[in-house]
Design a protein around this ligand. Structure first.
Ligand SMILES: CC(C)(COP(=O)(O)OP(=O)(O)OC[C@H]1O[C@@H](n2cnc3c(N)ncnc32)[C@H](O)[C@@H]1OP(=O)(O)O)[C@@H](O)C(=O)NCCC(=O)NCCSC(=O)C[C@H](O)C(=O)O
Ligand SMILES: [Mg+2]
Length: 284
């Protein structure tokens, strides 16, 4: 079963921005991605690498998962980023534009050679048409790979797609990656919402991601954290219903029961247990 770690809100922070790195210590995101890739200009890459690795190994971010996004495999910074991240030992190394199982194996080998601790996992970003078509082999490539992360900006660019409400042009890719994650027991995070001022649109997209089955959403602004935490956590109503489902099923002993007029079988009970476990995990 997918590891039950709350990853409702996962905030990207530009690695070159000292102020943002400091501010993130008090932002209630479940996880942080300290970014060395798109949010950092080429001439700031090396300074950002040092700053981000120091932050990731500082222990100053409490219980949040602190991860490092390295530069892509085909860039001049990738190898040095991976080596530095392996020594820093973050919760995960987030690798952009992963397209194949072979690439995951190379990343795994580089982390081992760099002496990365066992707790440092691989989060693979899936953000190209090739990755959509190879999502299952990517997800299954390594036990060290625990999370798939959608890169919807890159995906839209590669597809020549437009950003429209409801994300119709992206839904095929999102679904393929969700299928791959669930088929291989990995977690999966939705892509970012670029309009940081449009909170209503953002909430709609969070709800859509949750309905599809994503574990959480990647974010770009602190203002997106609170609504995202709320929407991806089980509501009081869901918690109450889950408790009643379990109670009714256990009381009946086995078979089929109804709760609120709806059929309940053991598969619904499994789901109710997952909801309660997530509600507990979110509280602690
Ligand atoms: C999007 C932003 C550029 C907006 O910046 P700005 O206009 O400065 O925002 P505010 O003035 O509202 O900021 C208020 C305060 O919050 C701090 N802040 C802002 N963003 C962050 C953050 N991400 N983490 C921590 N703190 C943050 C500001 O410093 C202000 O603090 P203070 O001065 O004390 O009041 C900006 O939000 C931003 O840069 N966001 C992150 C962008 C990023 O990381 N992009 C790369 C990842 S997204 C991606 O690549 C997805 C994927 O690959 C794909 O293909 O889709
Ligand atoms: Mg991207």
């Amino acid at each position: 079963m997918t590891e039950l770690k709350p990853r409702r809100s996962v905030l990207y922070m530009p690695g070159a921005n000292e102020r943002a790195l400091e501010k993130a210590k008090t932002i209630p995101a479940d996880a942080l991605i300290l970014d060395l890739e798109d949010a950092v200009a080429p001439d700031a890459k090396e300074a950002a690498r040092e700053r981000v690795c120091a932050a990731a190994s500082s222990g100053a971010y409490g219980t949040r998962e602190v991860t490092i996004r390295v530069n892509g495999l085909d860039t001049e910074w990738h190898d040095a980023d991976l080596r530095a991240a392996a020594s820093a030992g973050p919760a995960a190394v987030v690798v952009p534009k992963v397209n194949s199982a072979a690439e995951v194996h190379n990343i795994e080998r580089a982390l081992e050679l760099g002496g990365a601790p066992e707790h440092t996992k691989i989060w693979a970003m899936v953000e190209t048409p090739v990755a959509m078509l190879h999502a299952e082999e990517i997800a299954a490539a390594s036990e060290r790979l625990t999370v798939l992360v959608m890169g919807t900006n890159d995906l839209a660019k590669e597809l020549h797609a437009e950003f429209v409400p409801g994300r119709g042009p992206l839904l095929g890719g999102l679904s393929l990656c969700l299928l791959a994650a669930r088929a291989t027991g990995k977690a999966i995070l939705d892509g970012v919402y670029n309009d940081v001022k449009d909170l209503a649109g953002f909430e709609e997209e969070c709800k859509q991601g949750r309905q599809y089955g994503f574990d959480g959403k990647t974010l770009i602004h602190p203002g997106q954290v609170e609504p995202c935490n709320r929407i991806f956590a089980p509501s009081e109503e869901e918690i109450d219903r889950s408790r009643r489902i379990i109670e009714a099923f256990e009381k009946a002993g086995s078979g089929v029961v109804t709760v609120d007029g709806r059929m309940i079988e053991n598969l619904h009970v499994d789901n109710a247990r997952r909801v309660l476990a997530l509600a507990e995990a979110v509280k602690s």
